[in-house]
Each structure stands twice: as C-alpha cells, then as structure tokens.
Design a protein around this ligand. Structure first.
Ligand SMILES: Cc1cc2nc3c(=O)[nH]c(=O)nc-3n(C[C@H](O)[C@H](O)[C@H](O)COP(=O)(O)OP(=O)(O)OC[C@H]3O[C@@H](n4cnc5c(N)ncnc54)[C@H](O)[C@@H]3O)c2cc1C
Length: 376
C-alpha cells in the first residue's frame, strides 16, 4: 500500500478561497444550527444554494447536470463545509454516493431523470441496507422484493436509515433470491410510494434523523430497479467504498476543535497546548491520507482498502480527540446551553460512540483491511 504525499495546486487553492468566501457570506456564525460533520442539519435551501455554485454533484458528468470536477476538488469543498458544521444533511448521501451509483449502474432513463435533480440539490437520498438482524452481516438481510410480471412486491423492515423522513428517495437493497450474495438487488423508491411507513428512532442526542422503514406490499415497476437482478451486493459494496474514504468520516469535530483552540483553556494550559498539538499533527496526517486517496480516485484507481484503513484509524482518532477536549473543558457541557458551541460539545460526547459504527464498524473494517492486504 502506498499513499503518496500530495499537495494542492494553485488552481485547487483558488477553489478553496472561493468556497471560503461563499460560506463567509452564506453562513455567518450564529445564523444556522451547528452540526457535527456529515451529521449536519437538513436545510434544502442551503443545499440548493450550494448546488447553484456548482458544488453539489461535482463528481457527476456535465451532460447530466454535474460539475465534471475531480475527487480532490470535491474534497476541498467538503472540508470547508465540515469545518463550519454546515447544514449539509439534505444533499449529503446523494452527493457522496447515490449519484455515482446511479451513474455507473442505472439505465439512461434513470440517469437523465435523477442525476440533474441531485446536482441541483433538490433530491435527497437515504440508504436502506441495515435490518434488525442484518447490520454488519448484510448478506443475511431478509427484506424481499418478489416479481410478478412487471411489478415488484416489496416487504420487510430497514433500520438505522439516516434521513429517511426527509429524503425524496430511498435506495434500498432487497433479497430477490436465496443465493446469499448473488440474490440481492437495489431499488430506487420515491418518497410517498404507498406501502412504506417511516418512523423516526430518536437518537441519544434528541435528533430524529435515524429511522425505521417498514415496507408492506409496496409495489414498484421494474423501472425502479437499479442494475441487474442479483447485482445488488457488488453495487452496494462499491457504494460503501465511496462512503468510507472521505474526510466526512473523520471531520465531525472540526467546529469544536477550531473554537477550543482559541479558548482560555488552551491559552492558559501547557498540557492543553501539548494535546492540541498532538491532535493537529494527527489531523494533518489523516487529511494528507484522504487527499492521497482522492488523487488515486482521480487517477482511475479504486482504493477500497486504503479507504477502510483511513476510516478505521481516523474515526478512533476523533473519539480520542473528543476525550481530550472534554477532559480539558473541566466540567460537563450542557446540551441545552445557550452557547451553541457548548451544546455541540455535549452533543458530540453523546454521539461519539456511533462514529466507529456508522459506515462499517471498526471490527469489520479490520477484516476488510487484512483480507485486502493478504490478497495483494
Ligand atoms: C449514526 C449511524 C448512522 C447509520 N446510518 C445508516 C444508514 O443510513 N443506512 C443503513 O443501512 N445503516 C445505517 N447505519 C447502520 C450501520 O451501518 C450498522 O449499525 C452497522 O453496519 C453495524 O450493524 P449493527 O448495528 O446491526 O451491529 P452488529 O452487526 O450486530 O454488530 C455488533 C458488534 O459485533 C461486531 N461484529 C459483527 N460481526 C462481526 C464479525 N464478523 N467479526 C467481528 N466483529 C463483528 C461489530 O463490529 C459490532 O461491534 C447507521 C449506524 C449509525 C450508528
């Protein structure tokens, strides 16, 4: 495995400056609910405004309304958004993975219908993979799609579906035959399709992004199928690789770190300065690794193992960094504090255990990494 060091070019730095200027204007501090990285607030207006700048769907080809930009350029935009705790929840999943999945596996009709809406920031996707008895062991999922003529009948339950209540589409993985890995197929289900019941599962911090989605004889035409019947496992695995490599996996804490670095706690304490230095050094290293992964993607490679490695290390780093900030803070922060930063710190403490779960648990990633390295 070789993650070659890389730097931003002058053009890439110009993009960074442009994004910063736009966000200074569009998101002045105190005018929006601060979010923890990719768990940022859902704000369709902000998603559309960002899209109008050409910064949603950047990786999609221009013929489908996308930006035709590089993975590095997308990372530059993403870094700026996450650093500010921006309200990116509405477009996030579609921008990061569903659009590319549709581009690679969809029919021409699906591409023409869905990709421009994603690039305009108008479509919001939720991903229905996990089930009550199939999380890490996704191949044991039981929700079924059964074909009768041109109609698929969908039954079963999905769980932990982030953003399902506000999504315009759910991209779900369903069992279409008994073949363990070869018997799963993906379907694109528009919100409001009869036969779908979405209930929020209140998260530990009081938010309601998490959902249970029950399908009760939901009927879909064959045009809703994404890719070949039985190709769902491979498509889903490729999508997970897109989910794991990016900076969004480990930049949850940025608004907290930025503010903490300027507080008295750090100014007046040598021990806190040493810890801040340690955090920054590691942050810079992970940032370099994610950038190298983006360069590999731009060179046409598919760095699945590298992405899993960064997620495994960097999500634990996030939790360790939070533990340090919390220790130096010296008292229990309140979720109801009038200071949005303190409330965000309290929220982070509550949800931090989920950072090493979402997108694949640490144990599962270790298995992906070790198998990948043995095969090289
Ligand atoms: C914030 C958050 C957002 C999420 N959003 C979504 C979403 O939008 N869509 C979606 O489909 N899912 C989502 N998930 C679900 C997430 O992907 C699953 O929680 C995850 O895959 C683990 O599944 P599980 O919770 O069923 O745990 P289990 O699979 O029951 O695992 C429990 C523990 O056992 C370990 N374990 C399991 N199998 C093995 C093994 N073979 N070897 C070693 N250890 C093992 C796991 O690592 C874990 O520590 C989300 C989860 C979180 C926390």
């Amino acid at each position: 495995m070789n993650l070659a060091p890389t730097k931003l070019t002058d053009e890439e730095r110009n993009l960074q400056t442009e994004v910063r200027a736009f966000l200074d204007e569009r998101l002045p501090p105190g005018t929006y609910p601060l979010g923890l990285g990719m768990a940022g607030d859902v704000d369709p207006d902000f998603s559309r405004d960002l899209a109008a700048q050409g910064w949603v769907g950047m990786a999609l080809p221009t013929e489908y309304g996308g930006g035709g930009r590089t993975a590095v350029e997308r990372q530059i935009v993403v870094e700026e958004l996450l650093t500010r705790g921006a309200p990116i929840g509405f477009h996030w999943t579609a921008d990061r993975q569903s659009g590319l999945n549709i581009l690679h596996n969809g029919t021409e009709e699906q591409r023409r219908e869905l990709l421009p809406g994603i690039a305009r920031g108008e479509y919001s996707f939720a991903i229905g993979m996990s089930e009550p008895d199939a999380g890490s062991d996704l191949a044991s999922l039981r929700s079924k799609a059964v074909r009768e003529g041109n109609t698929w009948h969908v039954n079963g339950t999905k769980i932990w579906t982030s953003g399902a209540a506000t999504a315009t589409h759910i991209l779900g993985l369903f069992r279409t035959s008994d073949d363990r890995h070869g018997g799963m197929t993906q379907f694109i289900i528009p919100a409001g399709t009869p036969g779908m019941r979405i209930s929020p599962i209140p998260f530990i911090d009081g938010t309601q992004h998490f959902c249970e989605v029950v399908f009760d004889d939901l009927q879909l035409s064959d045009a809703a199928r994404l890719g070949e019947v039985g190709a769902g496992w491979g498509q889903n695995t490729s999508e997970l690789a897109l989910e794991r490599g990016g900076v969004d996996r480990w930049m949850s804490l940025m608004p907290i770190l930025e503010r903490w670095a300027t507080t008295e706690t750090v100014r007046d304490s040598a021990a806190a300065q040493i810890d801040l230095g340690r955090i920054l050094a590691r942050l810079w290293a992970y940032r370099g690794m994610s950038l190298s992964i983006a360069r590999l993607v731009d060179a046409g490679r598919f760095p699945v193992v590298e992405a899993a490695l960064v997620k495994e290390m960097a999500t634990q780093f996030e939790q360790e960094s939070l533990a340090l900030v919390r220790r130096h803070y010296g008292r229990a922060p309140s979720l109801n504090s009038a200071d949005p930063w303190e409330a965000l710190l309290a929220q982070a403490i509550l949800v931090a255990p989920s950072w090493t779960l979402r997108g694949g648990t640490t144990e599962i990633l270790r298995s992906v990494i070790s198998k990948g390295l043995v095969q090289r």
